[in-house]
Design a protein around this ligand. Structure first.
Ligand SMILES: Nc1nc2c(ncn2[C@@H]2O[C@H](COP(=O)(O)OP(=O)(O)OP(=O)(O)O)[C@@H](O)[C@H]2O)c(=O)[nH]1
Length: 191
């Protein structure tokens, strides 16, 4: 399966583009990508970003898809599924993403035959940017985007997704969801 890394965000909370910010000599997005490529079920990575950042991300050596909807992550997922079919969708700012957990989610997706396989916390909060979606989810995304309803949760609730209860997993799997929003979040990575 292809992993599509969303990289069309504004990084308002971070300041400059957080995905290109270097930690240990490597852009944060490369930390995410290298871990994704360690997953046995991931064959390759594509990056979904806006036209202006195309070259910056191409320089990393991966295929870049252009998202010109720019309506938030839901638009990035739409572009990815349209271009590559079923995909593991990951935010670019997940430097601790766990390859074994990624493999587990992909396996559950194949077994469940659902349109989406999404991790969920016990309080009902979902992690839609660390999840697998089927290309058959495209018409639902299209309708939601057309309506101006950009919350991924709303699209997901229209199908019967396979939810994976995160709380049942060990700490190293939970770390997979640690994401960078501000410069302060970098501290945990560097510790
Ligand atoms: N392709 C694409 N990716 C997006 C879009 N919006 C956000 N992303 C990506 O989705 C992931 C999560 O984004 P956020 O951290 O919530 O948003 P952000 O815009 O990057 O950051 P803030 O401006 O601080 O909210 C990041 O990897 C973003 O690059 C979009 O419109 N298109």
């Amino acid at each position: 399966m292809i992993a599509a890394v969303l990289a069309g965000g504004k990084s308002r909370r971070f300041g400059d583009d957080k995905l290109l910010y270097k930690v240990d000599g490597k852009p944060i997005v490369m930390h995410t990508i290298e871990r994704l490529l360690k997953a046995e079920n991931i064959d390759d990575v594509v990056i979904v970003t806006c036209q202006e950042k195309k070259e910056d991300f191409e320089a990393l050596g991966f295929r870049v898809l252009i998202d010109d909807l720019l309506v938030g992550p839901i638009g990035g997922i739409f572009v990815a599924l349209k271009e590559v079919g079923d995909a593991f969708i990951a935010a670019g700012d997940l430097p601790l993403i766990n390859p074994k957990f990624v493999d587990y989610i992909v396996e559950r997706f194949y077994e469940s035959k659902s349109l989406a396989c999404i991790p969920m916390w016990a309080n009902g909060y979902i992690e839609p940017l660390h999840a697998v979606y089927s290309k058959d989810f495209l018409p639902i995304l299209k309708e939601q985007i057309k309506k101006g309803e950009y919350m991924i949760r709303k699209a997901v609730e229209r199908v019967d997704p396979c939810y994976i209860l995160i709380d049942d997993f060990p700490e190293e799997f939970k770390e997979s969801f640690f994401n960078i929003n501000t410069k302060h979040d970098l501290k945990r990575l560097l510790d």
